[in-house]
Design a protein around this ligand. Structure first.
Ligand code: NAD
Length: 453
């Protein structure tokens, strides 16, 4: 069946109102949970083939998120979907006011390859929980995970409700010509603009989960042991191919040398060798070549080795980096960590303020003035003080970018809201009609109205 036909079947199916039924939504969420649990090995195998990701990382950073999301929405879908009464203002008396969350219709989710399960399935789960029909287009770059998601979902779900469409740029370009009720895109800022333009043709609302260069600042007041451990973990998780990984480090001059040494030691302790189970490969040759080119041998503090047959790049620390260097121009999205030193905390905040708003920002310090200034002054999607990445794991926090790093957010109730319309309804009593609002007008009526409004 052609994709146009599947989309129009989804639109027709949505009109039957079946997806608005809470039991229907729960039945399919439970089904999805069973499918993920039963096929865990298949899911591990596919992602390992794509870029050598371990079972441990796949569970902690992908499947556990997916399973938690399903459970979260199973628990909350009824209360989230209920109409909510709000107070009615004086001029609308006698009446009652309520907000009715309603699904949008047929939505499109476009996923990225770096966390292929989580970034495709989590928004899709939120879309289904909110009562929509959904087309999922995972990233073709992680080909095996795309295929396994397509197989498992298309064999078990009616296509007029949920369908995984496999394809690359050509297929996505064609898909974007069609009219959807929402497009949820995860990927680069460059492609985000293409999606936004295509969506504008149909006035389709979007969520754009994009990238950017996320800074991590370490001041002399930080617990340096903890900072080194958490930064090394967060930077080299998934071999640096994480949208919220600390892209570069800003370290206070007085602790610069000491901290670099601690980072080096921590990398060694984590044992990220070329055959290590805990270290992921670079996704493809194109990205491998791009990253290797960014390693300036004169700035090498640690690492720098690579093996193109294994698509392995060693965790690499670059020292004495300048803002003008090539590695500081684009999001790195790989295991290279440039380090820049600073003298003034306030000046470094000002420098970040002059750049595009990042998806994440991190600060390591025990100084409360620094914490307050960081939170109050900088604008970023989300971040942590004294940790990296972990804000993502709290579904009470909305996850999304700002400015160049994205539009909109999701996770937890925010995901449900991203795929819902909040319909306002005012119900009036048919008695107690105040005649002063109706023509013919008079000064006396206006005076009364002035008092009332
Ligand atoms: P990408 O933008 O190349 O691809 C994302 C999706 O867009 C894929 O499904 C792909 O098939 C499709 N696509 C690619 N080119 C297209 C085109 N010309 N027209 C239409 N569709 C097209 O991104 P990627 O390489 O998969 O992911 C890396 C980027 O994504 C990084 O910038 C990273 O920071 C960002 N990212 C952001 C988040 C987040 O949650 N904010 C998460 C992961 C990755």
């Amino acid at each position: 069946m052609e994709i146009q036909e599947i989309v129009s079947n989804q639109k027709a199916f949505f009109k039957t109102q079946q997806t608005k039924n809470i039991k229907f939504r729960k039945m399919y969420l439970e089904k999805l949970r069973d499918i993920v649990i039963k096929n865990e090995d298949l899911l591990y195998e596919a992602i390992h083939k794509d870029f050598g990701k371990s079972r441990f990382d796949t569970f902690t950073t992908e499947l556990s998120f997916v399973l938690n999301d399903i459970d979260y929405y199973l628990k909350n879908v009824s209360s989230f979907s209920k109409p909510k009464r709000v107070t009615t203002n004086l001029s609308n008396q006698i009446g009652k006011s309520s907000i009715h969350p309603e699904p949008l219709g047929c939505v499109l989710v476009i996923g990225a390859w770096n966390y292929p399960y989580q970034l495709s399935l989590s928004p899709m789960i939120a879309a289904l929980a909110a009562g929509n029909c959904c087309i999922l287009k995972p990233s073709e770059i992680a080909e095996n995970t795309m295929k396994v998601m397509a197989q498992l979902i298309n064999e078990n779900f009616p296509p007029e409700y949920l369908y995984v469409y496999e394809g690359g740029i050509d297929e996505t370009t064609a898909l974007l010509q069609l009219k959807f009720d929402k497009i949820f895109f995860t990927g680069s800022t460059k492609v985000g603009k293409i999606v936004y333009k295509a969506a504008a043709e149909h006035l389709t609302p979007v969520v754009l989960e994009l990238g950017g260069k996320s800074p991590a600042i370490v001041t002399k007041d930080a617990d340096l042991e903890v900072a080194a451990k958490r930064i090394v973990w967060g930077k080299f998780l998934n071999a640096g191919q994480t949208c919220v990984a600390p892209d570069y480090l800003l370290v206070e001059e007085s602790i610069h040398e000491q901290f670099l040494e601690m980072l080096r030691k921590q990398i060694t302790e984590f044992q990220y060798g070329p055959d290590a189970e805990q270290y992921t490969r670079i996704i493809n040759r194109r990205n491998f070549d791009r990253l290797v080119k960014l390693i300036d041998k004169d700035q090498l503090y640690f690492g720098g080795n690579s093996d193109e047959r294994k698509l392995y790049i060693e965790p690499t620390l670059l020292n004495n980096v300048n803002w003008e260097d090539e590695v500081m121009q684009e999001e790195i999205f790989g295991p290279l960590l440039p380090v820049i030193s600073f003298n003034s905390f306030n000046l470094v905040l000002n420098t970040i303020l002059d750049l595009e708003k990042p998806l994440a920002a991190y600060l390591f310090t025990r100084n409360s003035e620094e914490k307050d200034a960081f939170t109050a002054k900088l604008s970023f999607g989300g971040g942590c003080i004294n940790d990296v990445i972990m804000h993502l794991g709290n579904d009470r926090l909305p996850f999304g970018g700002v400015g160049n790093s994205g539009i909109g957010n999701y996770h937890g109730k925010f995901g449900f809201e991203a795929f819902s319309h909040q319909k306002s309804v005012l119900e009036k009593a048919t008695w107690g009609e105040p005649s002063i609002k109706y023509p013919p007008y008079s000064e006396k009526k206006l005076n009364w109205i002035r008092k009332l409004l």
